[in-house]
Design a protein around this ligand. Sequence first.
Ligand code: CP
Ligand code: NVA
Length: 319
Amino acid sequence: MKDNEGKIDLLAIDDLAEKLPALIDWGIRIKNDDEALFDFKPLEGMSIGSIYEKPSTRTRVSFEVGVNRLGGQPITLLSSDIQLGKSETIADTAEVLSRYLDCITYRCFGHADVEELAMNAKIPVINALSDMHHPCQAAADMMTIVENMDRVNGHVAWIGDGNNVLHDLVLGSAIMGYDVKYATPAGFEPDDSVISRAMDIAERTGSTIVGSNDPVEAVSGAGVIYTDVFVSMGEEHMEGKMGSFDGFQVNENLVSNADRDFIFMHCLPAHRGEEVTDKVIDSTNSVVFDQAENRMWAQMSILTYLCNEAAWSTYWELR
Ligand code: CP
Ligand code: NVA
């Protein structure tokens, strides 16, 4: 979505709207294009800063390596090392970083913080996970589904917490035209306003979105089964939360209800033995490490599109 500066910020996956399928195809193409990785440097002379207020393995490494492969300079800023959150406001940080950088990625606690950074920055801002959204994950997830199946048999099933990853999975699936059935325990449903946004998109693309508190119902006939940790980063104080997830573990018994060729997905890190068993995550149905790899390719596509749209468009003609 273009803001007043005419830049595109990616705060939730629906900010990419109908451009998402093309961004995914571009990511798949560059992933399979060894030559491009040597001579295509659309971020040459650019610096991409990444602020982290929470830990990260995949997001941090995939952004650093992806920016480097595109010819840019990645700069990682851990919240413990910078002034933000201690002696400087988000708005002032946005102004200052806009004088040095070409794009900022930001992993934060409250979603309002990344919105404020985007509002005050003169350069594109990418949400690298907030409590509400994880668009980079959804882009990689949609890319992984496209790579693995010509069409989704049945639907995309979510089993677990109504969290940030679910929000962008539902929005992304709606854009791609995939049907979704999600099951969460009572009291842990996704945010109403996000589901209503997804429903609006689904109406246009012809997909359906159904929520329930019944994991068996959600998983029955599913072509994709997705889960995530029951307790997210920043929720460690919610001691009693785990107790609400009885029956929501993705195990062999539950997945026996799915389509025969289902794929199992997880954004990782996984808490093995909690939301998923080893037998499922290590099975041949599991594509979790493809998802992790695709973080890098999907983000390379998004970064090129946001920072150098002309090069992003030209690449289609070159290859
Ligand atoms: N999936 C994901 O965002 O992983 P990290 O927390 O390791 O970045
Ligand atoms: N829902 C998880 C996702 C981690 C990638 C969290 O926010 O901690």
